[in-house]
Design a protein around this ligand. Sequence first.
Ligand SMILES: NC(=O)c1ccc[n+]([C@@H]2O[C@H](COP(=O)([O-])OP(=O)(O)OC[C@H]3O[C@@H](n4cnc5c(N)ncnc54)[C@H](O)[C@@H]3O)[C@@H](O)[C@H]2O)c1
Length: 476
Amino acid sequence: MKKKSNHSRRDFLKLAALGSAALGLGSVGSIFAADSGNISGNTPTILPAGQSRITGNKSAMGLACEPLKTVRIAIIGIGMRGSEAVRRLLQIEGVQINVLCDLIPDFVKEGNKVLVEAGHKAAAEYTGVDDWMKICERDDIDLVYNCTPWDLHTPIAVYAMKNGKHAAIEVPAALTIDECWQLVNTAEETQRHCMMLENCCYDFFELATLNMARKGVFGEIMHAEGAYIHDLREWKFLEQKDGGYYNHWRLEFSKKYNGNPYPTHGLGPVAQIMGINRGDRFDYLTSMSTKQAGISLYAAEKFGVGSPEANQSYLLGDMNTTLIRTVNGKTLMIQHDTTSPRPYDRLHLISGTKGMARKYPKQAIALEPNAHQFLKTEEFDALMAEYEHPLARQIGEKARLVGGHGGMDFIMDYRLIYCLRNGLPLDQDVYDAAAWSSIVHLSQMSVSNKSQSVEVPDFTNGAWQKAEPWPVVSID
Ligand SMILES: NC(=O)c1ccc[n+]([C@@H]2O[C@H](COP(=O)([O-])OP(=O)(O)OC[C@H]3O[C@@H](n4cnc5c(N)ncnc54)[C@H](O)[C@@H]3O)[C@@H](O)[C@H]2O)c1
């Protein structure tokens, strides 16, 4: 049974404004303020301030909901990412896209053109700034698929769940600890799914290394590294009509924030491999940023030394490095850099007691008894064939044809719809969304406190101790 909301729209907007939400980047709560947290006397650990668990709710760990014969979807935000989602989702059996929403009417019309040309019924069109509320209240939607800018991720997901819908949110799911708790509390209260769309978990090498890790190829995984190193300088300044972001949302964020604003592409896959929230959990982190230089230099070269773009102050350091320690004594190193001239890199390095793997700049694996050397090409290829993940084997070929970052986006969507149609728990749940996204706020707190360590909340309320690591799933 789907639950109806007890909250009026007006109540909800009030709540959102009180927390950290949604009405523009300027109102993303405390994250832009000097956030010193509470520094305790005996330990250097800063405890994140803010909202926490609402007690008495049922856990959402392993949540399975009623199977849906057809998954009726509303897509909100039809920009770069959302327009691709329309194209991918309509190729999955059992999907019906009932609503398309964006502030730009042409984007919505273009989305509908794609639907109709593929033989689907045209979706209802919405273009108002708060129309996502009306959409969440409709009774012909099962899943709200949210591809809006960062500040709208949590407000829309929370409102969707409160109106009985499942929520799928682009990355990161939340910007503040307060928003992380809003997601967890709402998913527990409503027993609705809340999945962050971390597509990198479904890339072919990531899936293969997960399979190897589960079968013990690397021994006990002690350390992992992930990153989002992607030169976005040009995109940050482009106008939306020329293919840039809506209202330069990414650039605007970098004016007011320093830390890792986009941690999950590198973090998600290695967190799953290491059983984070399932057998282990993040304990604390420390984070350090370089000074900012890249975006100012780029702006001076592109717009002139005296231009407003070059003279604007940008807070986001070029490179942020965050170190996380887990309760079981493992470490993760996560980096973010979108303003240096470097090739694209997510690192994806896994280091265990029997060997290691890394993805960039070239996929490579080294194993005992000769881990001083990487495996030769034939040995590497044989290992990759042996440990090809079932999802890659089952839908990899179609995924490569449909595309979306080489196919991983399609595997993610396919598996999400498969789980919803079969009433299965999702591969990434609300606790993953919260723990992985919490790095946005916690890294900022550490950076603004000379890299002091910051505790990561246990969003699972202890359920991580009994939960099994994400298994090697399939769609059979
Ligand atoms: N997983 C990935 O690989 C990946 C890749 C790119 C972007 N993303 C994420 O996807 C999201 C969107 O990124 P993008 O590159 O498509 O940005 P974008 O600016 O191109 O698209 C965002 C769209 O949201 C619309 N929008 C803004 N406010 C709205 C509102 N109130 N109601 C309805 N629509 C609204 C804008 O008009 C715009 O078209 C971001 O969160 C980003 O981090 C993820």
